[in-house]
Design a binder for this molecule. Sequence first.
Ligand code: NAD
Length: 287
Amino acid sequence: MTILDGKALSEKIVDEISTQVKRLKAQGRRVPGLGVVLVGDDPASHTYVKMKEKTCQRVGFLSKVVRLQENTTQKELLNTVRAMNEDDTIDGILVQLPLPPHLDTTEILESINPSKDVDGFHPYNFGRLVQGLESFVPCTPLGVIELLKEYGIDPKGLDCCVVGASNIVGKPMAALLLNSFATVDVCHIYTKDLKRHTLCADMVIVGVGKKGLIKEDMVKEGAIVVDIGINKLSNGKIVGDVDFDNVSKKCSYITPVPGGVGPMTIAMLMKNTLKAYYNLTRSKDTV
Ligand code: NAD
């Protein structure tokens, strides 16, 4: 069994990006900028935003974080996003999810300029992804694909079971696998018999948010298992959706939690921001 070490690969990617930023600085050019909007007091969201800020500092990006109160109105939030759309020092915009329930998430995500949509959640980018066209790809599934690539795992022809079908994890994951010519089976809360689907898969990718959902008897011998889930236990420990200790004995490759998909997600955010920077500066150069 081989551990798919997302921490090590993410460090490598972050180092490569920071080398590129140093080169830009040495050329006297502006550095890439990431704008983050955080609404409310959700502790997990605050932690994620801090981690993103820290990584921005590490690679040398400009990072602008706007923290808004829980009772922020839709109009205030829209104005914040629009100001970032207009800000020439910001190449990527991210609105930390989930938003408080009184806000319309769809309208907010659609207000982001698709050229700065480094989370890849805008329907423009998602539609392009599904059509197999160049787009911003959501960071978590993109991180999974990069991690598989690093270990020489090609999804082409594999039977893949994606468990979880959200717009930010499961659906784009399924689209990327399909674009890589895998045969994709997508399961969700209303799937009648989850085990029937996972057990016949060459690769199981799970992003649900339920500790221990995937058990040893649900994966076939030699399967590849990717765990996207993040669950915080009462003792503060972070675990995934897979019963790692028992499932790892059966599979050929597995991602740990923490240290698997999580760090890859942040590395892909940096990668997408650098891509947005190059796209935007190149288009300015040619105007
Ligand atoms: P979500 O709540 O939006 O979606 C959960 C999905 O799981 C839904 O499609 C739902 O139908 C499905 N589901 C729920 N219970 C199920 C069950 N018993 N069997 C099968 N399917 C079931 O959540 P999300 O935003 O997609 O996040 C999913 C998990 O991934 C969470 O644990 C989240 O913390 C984690 N996550 C991790 C990263 C990372 O960087 N590693 C990034 C984003 C999300």
